[in-house]
Design a protein. Structure first.
Length: 487
């Protein structure tokens, strides 16, 4: 069995939707094998937020490198009695040989802008669609959720504890990776620690305490096994009457030896209990002892606790971090923006009764505009193919339009060099460029978040960030709309 794990020898190209293959056979038999350009973008931020985090790129690149049909895969497709032998022979040697551009993983991103651009044979572009969306959508959802929790904790220490609540083994592994990008300090998932080099973290379960004749005996045994910095779970029986009492009794011995310890709360009123626990620890001379909390936490609960100055040193978050909590999916889509016809690459557009769903045609670059202080003010989509000079120019005041191409527009003085976000990642099927470590991706995410005003990052009613198109792209979109509606 192959589930396209990053450490697998190959990634089965059967991880695609059936209609991708039926369309691919159609292109093959009708000899529509020309060049096509697709873009992956998303329609709205999850969680009612004002920003999202782009995640999953390095996972996708590794999967695409191994993406192929095995002999067994071809035999299965043959058994469906849908595909011709000539097409099956084509698939037997299938490999993505096109180009792929993408923004840096861990970047703060916004709706309607192309996060990934795929350029190649239309069959290859089509077949990789499902893998691309499956990888990017899930990890971007989890990275965004974690970043919200990280900001709510005021950049506190987050422990990802979601393995047992995640959507299967692959979902858990991807979630641990994405959570780390979004700001988690470590994970309880030991396999994720091995695969990605994430710090593994954890304390004890209530069963450990219950397995001993007394709470103090359980704590003392644990401290003997792990003397560096044991963390005691103190709410198995009664947090204040027994848990913290026994933790202090054992903890004072650890402190006397020059060590330190911590306690964890997993139930009850976290603010009330942690305040009393902190006072008792300090009164006992255990001023450096730490307090960790868990119990179905999310960003709104953590924000409320932080606002109350709750004395918590680290936050264990599981279900809401690795599943997305209130949001089931990231709204990423993959649309054709240009295709070859009679030897010429032409811009393509998708229409919708909803203007927000009518796509922006053509091959585009994202230009991020910043002020002199390095704070980000807007993203602008510009023609990156026919008119590569269609970009914001330093030292000029320019007018930019809403992606819907309606009357909405704004003026901006470009006072700092515009930053192009899309960069080449695959050239003619070969993965190229630098490949940052997961720690470097997390550092980029944290740094990128600091360049955005707090109004875009607040949990409730965030300010709407400007994603716009140039005058040239607006004219192209309106021209295609007029042309197709009058045809």
């Amino acid at each position: 069995m192959n589930d396209c794990y990053e450490n697998a020898d190959y990634c089965s190209a059967l991880q695609t939707d059936f209609y991708e293959l039926t369309m691919a056979q159609g292109y093959f038999k009708t000899k529509k094998l020309g060049r096509a350009v697709f873009e992956m973008f998303f329609r709205r931020h999850p969680f009612g937020g004002g920003f999202s985090i782009f995640a999953g790129l390095e996972s996708l690149l590794e999967k695409l490198r191994k993406f192929s049909f095995s002999t067994n895969d071809i035999d299965y497709l043959r058994s469906l009695s849908v595909f011709d032998e000539a097409f099956l022979e084509y698939l037997a040697s299938f490999k993505f040989t096109g180009n792929l551009d993408a923004v840096d993983e861990g970047s703060v991103v916004f709706p309607q802008e192309p996060l990934i651009r795929v350029d190649g044979n239309i069959i290859e572009c089509q077949i990789i669609e499902t893998l691309l969306l499956n990888t990017i959508n899930f990890q971007s959802l989890i990275a965004t959720k974690t970043a919200r929790i990280y900001l709510a904790s005021e950049q506190g220490t987050l422990m990802e504890f979601g393995l047992r609540r995640a959507q299967g083994a692959d979902g858990a592994l991807s979630a641990s990776r994405a959570s780390f990008i979004g700001g988690a300090a470590g994970t309880s998932n030991v396999l994720a620690g091995k695969e990605f080099g994430i710090k593994v973290m954890g304390t004890m379960a209530h069963s450990w305490v219950m397995a001993f004749s007394s709470e103090e005996e359980a704590f003392r045994a644990y401290a003997a096994l792990y003397p560096k910095h044991p963390v005691f779970l103190i709410d198995t029986y009664d947090t204040l009457k027994s848990g913290i009492v026994n933790a202090i009794a054992v903890g004072k011995e650890i402190v006397a030896r020059g060590g330190n310890f911590g306690v964890r709360l997993d139930s009850g009123d976290i603010h009330y209990l942690s305040c009393i626990v902190r006072k008792r620890l300090d009164a006992a001379g255990c001023t450096n002892a730490t307090i960790a909390v868990s119990n179905d936490l999310d960003e709104t609960i953590i924000k409320a606790l932080v606002d109350q100055n709750t004395p918590v040193d680290s936050w264990g978050v599981g279900t809401h971090m690795v599943t997305g909590g209130s949001e089931a999916a990231f709204t990423g889509v993959y649309k054709l923006v240009a295709h070859e016809r009679d030897g010429e690459l032409l811009p393509a557009i998708k229409f919708s009764d909803n203007p927000e769903k009518t796509t922006v045609p053509g091959i585009k670059q994202i230009w991020r505009l910043k002020d002199r202080d390095g704070m980000t003010i807007a993203d602008v989509l510009a023609d990156d193919d026919v008119h590569p000079e269609d970009m914001p120019h330093l030292g000029t005041q320019m007018m930019f339009w809403h992606p819907s191409a309606d009357y909405r527009h704004f003026y901006a003085f470009v006072e700092a060099p515009p930053v192009p976000l899309l960069k080449r990642r695959i050239t003619a099927g070969v993965v190229t460029g630098e490949h940052p470590s997961l720690s470097e991706i997390q550092a980029h995410c944290k740094a990128d978040l600091t360049t955005f005003d707090a109004s875009y990052k607040r949990l409730l009613n965030p300010h709407i960030y400007k994603v716009s198109i140039t005058e040239r792209l607006r004219e192209l979109k309106l021209d295609l709309i007029k042309r197709y509606l009058s045809a």
